[in-house]
Design a protein around this ligand. Structure first.
Ligand code: GUN
Length: 294
């Protein structure tokens, strides 16, 4: 194989945002409902502020209401729980996202469990985790959902594929494995401590890399003709003293072997916010018992 298809996450995300915006417009016209997303940011981590600003802009652009709740790093766990309780009760808030990571004095598990599962647009609440694992309708984590949409843009039916997920986080590895099972893949979850990682990866028709190691995955880890979805976003030293972003996959290596591959940046990254908007729309409709074909 020479020359993989480069999966254009930016364009696919733009298409998804446009679909969401059209459904939001219809929800308003037919039901008088405007979905609302509340994002809670604790402290002043610069990267988190950038994410939250982007979420706010995209939420408004899709025609939804955006509420930003920014509180200092000194906020206590019980103060944050009180904010969640208030957002749970508000009818104009359909989605609640608490930006992670939280300061170390706050137990993020307790905060996530306090969110109304019907408003848990991150899909991190144990109720949604359990629903996904048992095949019931659930709010599903955004980055994993984005990975599946990108893989299906290459091959609409993933049934029977050998899928290998490298990474076992609650945010990406575990939920993406559940989604792949639901797509009828044979799923292997490997991670940084797995023995024989290159051989495991080389068995994959569909490889999802979410391990957080810059350019770990080289050409000989990839089965010729595989679909490669790279979730990694790693900042490494670049030319002229500047830094650059690379994935968990060595892109130039992999594109010579794979059938299709996502770039970093411009692959999975743009899909995350688009899927968050989709989840907010889904939550807004589901909370009101409105059937929506998104
Ligand atoms: N921080 C990094 N990724 C995420 C995410 O998907 N959701 C939340 N809430 N915080 C994050």
């Amino acid at each position: 194989m020479s020359g993989a298809t480069i999966i254009d996450g930016k364009a696919i995300a733009a298409g998804l945002r446009a679909d969401v915006a059209a459904s939001v417009e219809r929800l308003g016209r037919e039901h008088g409902v405007m979905p609302g997303l509340a994002v809670v940011l604790v402290g002043d981590d610069p990267a988190s502020h950038v994410y939250v600003r982007n979420k706010d802009r995209e939420t408004r652009a899709a025609g939804m209401a955006s509420f930003e709740i920014k509180v200092p790093a000194t906020t206590t766990e019980s103060e944050l729980l009180a904010i969640i309780t208030e957002l749970n009760a508000r009818d104009d808030v359909d989605g609640i996202l608490v930006q992670l990571p939280l300061p170390p004095h706050i137990d993020s598990g307790r905060i996530i469990e306090a969110i109304d599962p019907a408003k848990d647009v991150d899909g991190f609440h144990p109720i949604n985790v359990g629903r996904l694992a048992s095949g019931q309708p659930a709010l599903v984590p955004c980055t994993p959902l984005g990975c599946i949409i990108l893989a299906k843009s290459v091959q609409a039916n993933l049934t029977g594929l050998e899928a290998v997920v490298i990474g076992r986080s609650n945010i990406v590895g575990k939920p993406v494995a559940q989604l792949l099972l639901a797509e009828n893949c044979t799923v292997t979850i490997a991670h940084s401590k797995s023995r024989g990682l290159p051989e495991i990866a080389a068995g994959a028709d569909l490889l999802i890399a979410a391990v957080g190691r810059p350019e770990l995955i080289r050409a000989d880890w990839i089965k010729p003709g595989a679909i490669v979805i790279d979730v990694g976003i790693n900042r490494v030293p670049g030319e002229g003293g500047k830094s650059k972003l690379v994935g968990d996959v060595h892109f130039e290596d992999a594109r010579r072997v794979a059938r299709a591959i996502t770039p970093v940046p411009g692959g999975v990254g743009p899909m995350t916010i688009a899927c968050l908007l989709r989840n907010t729309l889904t939550a807004a409709a589901a909370r009101r018992g409105i059937a929506l074909a998104i």
